[in-house]
Design a protein around this ligand. Sequence first.
Ligand code: KE4
Length: 428
Amino acid sequence: MAITKSEALFKEAVQYIPGGVNSPVRAFGSIGSTPRFIKKADKALMWDEDDNEYIDYIGSWGPMILGHNHPLVLDAVLEYAKRGLSYGAATSIEVDMAKLVCSMVPSIDMVRMVNSGTEAVMSAVRVARGFTRRDKIIKFNGCYHGHSDALLVKAGSGVMTAGVPDSLGVPAGCTADTVTADYNSLESVQDCFDRYGEQIAAIIVEPVGANMGTVPPKPGFLQGLRDICDKYGSLLIFDEVITGFRMQADGAQGYFGVTPDLTTFGKIIGAGMPVGAYGGRREIMEMVSPVGAVYQAGTLSGNPVAMAAGIAQLTYLKEHPDVYTKLNETADSFFAELQKIVDESGRGYQVNHICSLGSMFCTTQEVYDYETAKTSDTKAYADYCNYMQNHGIYLAPAQFEAMFISAAHTQEQLSQTLETARSYFKNN
Ligand code: KE4
């Protein structure tokens, strides 16, 4: 596959943008190849600057659950863009979006729009600390919640030590109140409460781990977090930036039947436009400025064009629940077939999936947390991923990410993907 234009663009990009990209994973560093510079996308397909066509399993890292360029979304954006891009003033479309989110997610009485998942999480953590008047938060090793300082903490057993920054530029004080536990281990969570108990403002969790690869919660794990938060008066924050509106209309909390106190959203809520949101019970959300004492603000928060895109996509999902039924059934059979192909290869690799989210781990170990995810052979994944990319299948260019299937993927495209995977294992 010729990628000369991407290669030339990447050479130029690295001179002006750190690493040549505006988000690190896009640089293909984990798989050691040149990132494809994409020039357009439609439904489940993308084309790079060299006119190579790819079946897309990123979907912009989650937003494109209906596929790229859905006519309802495109029409809404064009319609609103004509009215002016941003006013910095209250608008009726923001009320429409807030009412729509509250109607789709029963645990949410009030919601605040922001511009990214990072901003949603940063704000939700601040609200939880403000509401409880406590400082400590628990996060899980292998879960990613955006790049706000308090959450850029090294994986490890936080119980014995204060959280250690996982990035230069994050002062120790910013992570000192962040405690880390192990995903799917209620025991490690209990250890944190044994040590910090009533100092803990909140637990923040990805209800399905998707940033260590796809790691579903074990039965009882999420309910266990709910119970321990109730016991100690801490808040439970579900980071549904990926799972929100993906698994079903009311997200992972609806799918698993566990109710958080606060929820963060991103990705699907904006349909590809920069939108994040956080919401929850009225008594908590009324802590947020200007009505409450927890400050949070944003110039482009609730941007009308972005709201129009998100509302078009969420409304379609709300009014067509059969989209989830069909998408989840399609994904179930796709990942089952992928596991079969992997089993036939004799490599013993693991395929984790839940609904339309999934990952193939290059390890023979069952993957249920960060430690087991890290047993994956990332070079083997790179080899597989590069083969698939060079054969027109655009997978996450990193082992510890997820695959996203959309409602726009056709049976033919899914079969082509599986055949390409089969040929990889046969020839390598
Ligand atoms: P953003 O700030 O990137 O919109 O959202 C941060 C975030 C928060 N919470 C969860 C569960 C997330 O997965 C993310 C961001 N996800 C990554 C994909 N692993 C975005 C891709 C990227 O960083 O370029």
